[in-house]
Design a protein. Structure first.
Length: 463
């Protein structure tokens, strides 16, 4: 996105500031390097037009090396820091209506690369100005604005309504990238607009073969996150419904077929694979071949994945009963040692379901002492995390010790291991500290159950 005046002025503001710094240095008044950001902020306040602000923000956010070249001769350059100082000046101007629609789009897309509390406050104050700007934007610019708010994790409902209304009008001329981007942004912000998603479904049928593999995964994820809540009907049924106006089958089925085709080309990264896997998980789309390819080490790179990514993947493996993922290897992943207390509880739940799933082959079982040891250590850490961490909160914000009891099922299922291996698992593989943690967690769970007024409030998994 951009126009000729952005291209010509992209580095103009930074070059002008660099020249002012050189003049200041020659005069012996450069001051401390730490004040560079404040000097830049004052310079932008005094000298920069709206177009210059938008162009400089784009350069600092997307091309930091080019920004450093434009600032040649200026010491201690921090592109991210300068971007924040520029935002401190530009956001109040945006709220005052000083930016046109194109400049607004470019500025928001750049500033959202470094989301923080200052940006969210500025966007909240600027809501009215941005709403006016989006009424004349084309699909690609609409998608950029929506994704800027998704990056900032700011759900501005009046603005999203304006974007949805404008999107419903102009999506008929959107390209594949804009269609996927708009759908993905609304899904990330957990916002649904029937008119917009109806237009997205129509447009997807027209640009399906222009979608990249990343855009296919983004669209599937957007549909999965936009399904109706369970109290309004079966979300999985809605995902594949071809008849109802609120059904997504006309888009979901062709997208999954396109996903299968693109997987054969092996041009997928981890982020794309995880989006697709999450969509399959939410929509309960069971396709062993597709899931196995998405979750293969060649695509996912298990050993370099983060704890969050591993939690996402293993949750899908347990829900979809994917048979190709060996548990023993999962238990030796380096990232498990970096998992947070909440992630440990999630991992214990997912891995427990995989270990005891009746349909999984022998390769998914714990078949050696080393595997037992790793499983008991992870379960021990999860039990400790559930006890030490402050109680989770229920939907009404009340402390609920039972909500932190997710390792309970995994601990109980230890007795479901084959009788021939159970003595080896607990007697030889468990350490005394592990057993102490199991006992402490069991007491914690029992006290939580006694503290509960009634068993009728338990969720199915707790029961």
């Amino acid at each position: 996105f951009g126009s000729s005046h952005f291209g010509s002025s992209m580095s103009r503001l930074l070059k002008a500031f660099a020249e002012s710094e050189r003049q200041l240095s020659r005069g012996g008044g450069s001051g401390a390097a730490a004040a560079l950001g404040l000097r830049f902020q004052r310079f932008v306040q005094d000298s920069a037009s709206a177009a210059d602000c938008a162009a400089a923000a784009t350069l600092l956010a997307k091309r930091p090396r080019a920004a450093e070249e434009a600032l040649a001769g200026v010491a201690d350059i921090d592109a991210r820091g300068l971007l924040k100082h520029l935002g401190a000046v530009a956001l109040p101007r945006l709220a005052a209506g000083a930016f046109g629609p194109e400049e607004t789009t470019e500025l928001l897309h750049a500033l959202s690369r470094e989301p923080d509390a200052q940006l969210r406050r500025g966007l909240q104050v600027s809501s009215g100005a941005v709403q006016r700007a989006v009424t004349s934007l084309e699909p690609q610019a609409l998608a950029l604005v929506a994704n800027s708010y998704a990056r900032a994790k700011l759900r501005d409902q009046p603005l999203m309504l304006q974007i949805a209304r404008r999107g419903s009008e102009v999506l008929c001329r959107a390209d594949a990238s804009a269609t996927a981007g708009l759908a993905h942004a609304f899904a990330n912000l957990q916002t649904y607009h029937h008119g917009l998603f109806s237009a997205i479904k129509r447009r997807l049928s027209e640009v399906l073969h222009e979608l990249s593999i990343a855009e296919v995964a983004a669209c599937l994820y957007a549909i999965a996150r936009s399904l109706p809540p369970s109290h309004r009907g079966d979300p999985v049924e809605a995902a594949f419904d071809m008849e109802s106006p609120r059904g997504f089958g006309s888009a979901t089925l062709p997208l999954f077929e396109r996903l299968r085709q693109e997987i054969e080309k092996n041009n997928m990264n981890r982020a794309t694979a995880l989006l697709a896997v999450q969509a399959m998980d939410i929509m309960q789309f069971r396709d062993e071949t597709t899931a196995s390819r998405l979750l293969s080490d060649a695509v996912l790179g298990w050993r370099s994945a983060s704890p969050t990514e591993i939690c996402t993947a293993l949750h899908a493996v347990s829900n979809l009963e994917v048979r190709s993922v060996p548990v023993s290897q999962m238990l030796r992943l380096p990232a498990l040692g970096l998992a947070s207390p909440q992630q440990l509880c999630m991992l214990s739940s997912s891995l427990n379901r995989i270990i005891h799933a009746p349909l999984l082959p022998a390769r998914a079982r714990l078949r050696c002492r080393r595997s037992y040891r790793a499983w008991l250590r992870l379960l021990s850490d999860a039990c400790q995390a559930a006890v030490v961490e402050s109680p989770a909160r229920d939907e009404e914000g009340q402390a609920s010790p039972l909500r932190s009891a997710s390792p309970a099922a995994a601990l109980g299922c230890l007795v479901l291991l084959p009788s021939s291996t159970w003595p080896c698992a607990l007697g030889a593989a468990a350490t005394l500290p592990d057993l102490r943690r199991f006992l402490q967690f069991s007491r914690h769970l029992r006290s939580a159950q006694h503290a509960s007024q009634s068993a009728s409030g338990l969720t199915t998994s707790e029961l």
